[in-house]
Design a protein around this ligand. Structure first.
Ligand SMILES: Nc1ncnc2c1ncn2[C@@H]1O[C@H](COP(=O)(O)OP(=O)(O)O)[C@@H](O)[C@H]1O
Ligand SMILES: [Mg+2]
Length: 247
């Protein structure tokens, strides 16, 4: 059966994928390739020598699915405190879609990105604690990830002003040529420590931009909040295009 997504608006768009609320389960989302930025476009953009790699290696959905299976085998339940669960593929009118746990707040609204949260609230104690918890899990469990970007982490709020957790929704796995789990333990630890240190740096950079009029870049804003009478949540005077799509 093919699920029809084109009848609804995506709730978000990343550098590579469009994200829709699952039409049959509002607690799940479906991520599909952006029709305006195909795998071929992505490969072409990489340039030599990366463009020699096979097309499937540019497919985030495929990679995310493989990484999630590996994470489940290696780490078990507790990593899903801070990583969205993944439920496999479905056919859609936009091609194959990857189904994931859709992170929502106490009031039903789709959770905002860490980038948007920090932009709105600054670094309050609540979010500081949530960031520390995420970094602790990453370092203790030595979770393989690409850079921890502020728009690839969402902030789940359990009531007004209180955060239940940060959830990483994109950018898992390792970009290196050598599979992460083949690396010696000391090197794995070092890599993870670099990712968490970079996250703190990114937080500081964003905080230093808060004086600007508009939200920096277009990554990290929702297109709607996923509730039945969805509010068009964001001030999209922010939508100046960034130089290149990045996930
Ligand atoms: N599981 C999820 N729950 C809530 N929001 C999500 C989820 N997955 C993605 N999003 C939102 O959609 C945006 C784009 O999704 P992402 O998976 O990062 O796409 P891309 O691979 O194109 O970067 C994110 O920045 C986030 O705001
Ligand atoms: Mg992303």
């Amino acid at each position: 059966m093919t699920l029809i997504l084109s009848a609804q608006e995506p709730f978000a768009q990343g550098g590579n994928r469009l994200c829709f609320v699952h039409p049959e389960d509002d607690q799940r989302c479906i991520k599909v390739r952006r029709p305006d930025f195909t795998l071929e476009d992505r490969r072409r953009k990489k340039g030599f020598p990366k463009n020699l790699k096979p097309l499937y290696s540019f497919d985030d959905n495929r990679e995310e699915y493989l990484v999630m299976q590996q994470l489940t085998r290696t780490y078990g339940e507790q990593v899903f405190q801070n990583i969205s669960r993944c439920f496999g593929f479905v056919d859609t009118d936009y091609g194959k879609g990857l189904v994931s746990e859709l992170i929502r707040d106490h009031d039903g609204a789709i959770s905002q990105t860490l980038k948007k949260y920090l932009w709105d609230h600054g670094l309050n104690e609540e979010v500081q604690r949530a960031i520390d918890n995420l970094c602790r899990l990453w370092e203790q469990e030595i979770v393989p990830s690409r850079d921890l970007l502020l728009h690839n982490i969402v902030v789940q709020q359990r009531q007004e002003g209180l955060i239940s957790r940060l959830v990483v929704i994109d950018g898992l796995g390792s970009a290196g040529l050598i599979p992460f789990h083949w690396l010696p333990a000391a090197q794995r630890k070092k890599k993870v420590a670099r990712k968490t240190a970079n996250l703190h740096e990114r937080v500081n950079t964003l905080l230093s931009q808060r004086g600007q009029d508009s939200f920096p870049g277009y990554h990290g804003l929702l297109l709607h909040d996923g509730r039945p009478e969805s509010t068009l949540a964001q001030d999209i005077n922010a939508s100046e295009q960034e130089d290149s799509p990045s996930s």
